[in-house]
Design a protein around this ligand. Structure first.
Ligand code: SF4
Length: 222
């Protein structure tokens, strides 16, 4: 099955999902969006009011900040993939419960396998804890202590880098956190530069860093 067809199946499964109580509160589920060949996958926490209304991730003020942070390191939203550890909005924007994150992990893991990114960036405590504890078998000591660190994760036999940082919503009105987020996005930029085959030719054709990040070079490799 091609990636687009598999993605449509994942979206349908999420739309029909009743695996946790959050389905009762959603107007629209928010499966995620972006390039299915992205080198970077951002894993956030949960849809908010605007996301619930539109069915799209990170469309409010936090999404605007995420777009700015991406732009500062030379990326666009269409270059990356963005999803959350729960795909339906918790009532009154409360934190997702561990059992809800666990129930939704069936969809999260399908998305991770499908996109197969080189780098997973966790945004905030809930996604950091999920990736550390459920996928890496490490204890999560909170975003303040773990942010900016890079770890290796073996996903389907493939080495993936994990970088944790704050959720952009936490930095909206806190300049100190915003500076730390910027630092962590600089770390992401460096990681991508290290992973990029910018000095290589693929099938005799020279590719740029941006070609690679945007997936065109990866498609030619396959
Ligand atoms: Fe299903 Fe996830 Fe929505 Fe819960 S949050 S109902 S597990 S899609």
């Amino acid at each position: 099955m091609g990636k687009d067809a598999e993605w449509r199946e994942i979206v349908k499964a999420i739309e029909e999902c009743r695996a946790c109580p959050l389905h009762r509160f959603r107007r629209n589920p928010v499966p995620g969006e972006g390039s299915l060949n992205a080198q970077v996958l951002f894993l956030g926490e949960a849809p908010g009011r605007r996301e619930d209304e539109t069915g799209r991730p990170f469309v409010g003020a936090a999404g605007k900040l995420l777009d700015e942070l991406l732009q500062e390191i030379g990326l666009r939203r269409g270059d990356v993939f963005i999803t959350n550890v729960v795909k339906c909005r918790p009532p009154n924007n409360r934190d997702p419960k561990p059992e809800e994150v666990e129930a939704c992990s069936i969809h999260t893991l399908r998305i991770l396998r499908l996109v197969s990114p080189a780098v997973i960036v966790t945004l905030g405590n809930h996604s950091g804890r999920f990736v550390y504890e459920e996928l890496m078998g490490r204890s999560w000591r909170g975003v303040t202590r773990e942010r900016g660190r890079v770890h290796d994760l073996l996903l389907e036999g493939r080495k993936v880098k994990v970088l944790s940082t704050y959720h952009p919503a936490a930095a909206l009105y806190n300049p100190k956190l915003r500076d730390r987020l910027k630092d962590d996005f600089s770390t992401l930029r460096k990681l991508l530069d290290e992973l990029s085959p910018s000095r290589q030719n693929i099938n005799g054709k020279r590719v740029t860093i941006l070609d690679y990040i945007r997936g065109s070079a990866r498609n030619e490799e396959r």
